[in-house]
Design a protein around this ligand. Structure first.
Ligand code: SF4
Ligand code: SF4
Length: 149
């Protein structure tokens, strides 16, 4: 396993232990209302109940394997504020709010602005300290990028 793979594994463990409980119990799920979710074919069926033929006008201009859904996600349940398919949610939702890039041994971790867990500079710093051994720099992404795929 290279350094990036090791880091991604450690980040997933951190998400399971720290971020996910916050997402489930405390957050109002800002990320489910971003109105721009990139989905692959199988996710299109799972999340929207749509066949790719019905959604061809939403294909990503540079990547025909990706479809962009705009709108309020039908899997978001207002009353409980939970995802109805959390264990099978699309990769873009799993990756949120992180965009990770490695340049050799140095990593850059972007955290999408708007994620409620990271609403303080302190938490960004804590994350950087937590993963200091991987030489990652953590910074906020101020634009609303398409979710990382
Ligand atoms: S699939 Fe689930 S996690 Fe993803 S946007 Fe919809 S409700 Fe949110
Ligand atoms: S906005 Fe951030 S804290 Fe809230 S559910 Fe999404 S990932 Fe979790």
């Amino acid at each position: 396993m290279n350094k990036e793979e090791e880091f991604l594994k450690a980040l997933e463990e951190w998400k399971d232990k720290t971020l996910s409980p916050y997402c489930l119990d405390e957050c109002t799920k800002f990320c489910c209302n971003l109105e721009s979710i990139p989905l692959i074919e199988e996710e299109l069926i799972r999340v929207l109940g749509k066949e790719p033929e019905d959604f061809s006008s939403h294909q990503h201009p540079d990547n025909p394997e990706i479809f962009i859904f705009k709108g309020i996600c039908p899997q978001y349940e207002k009353e409980t504020r939970q995802c109805q398919i959390r264990d099978e949610r699309p990769k873009a939702c799993r990756n949120y709010p992180f965009v990770v890039q490695f340049f050799g041994d140095l990593g850059l971790v972007g955290v999408t602005e708007g994620c409620q867990y990271f609403n303080s500079f302190e938490r960004l710093k804590q994350l950087e300290e937590q993963f200091a051994q991987y030489s990652v720099t953590v910074s906020r992404i101020f634009e609303k990028p398409l979710r990382n795929r």
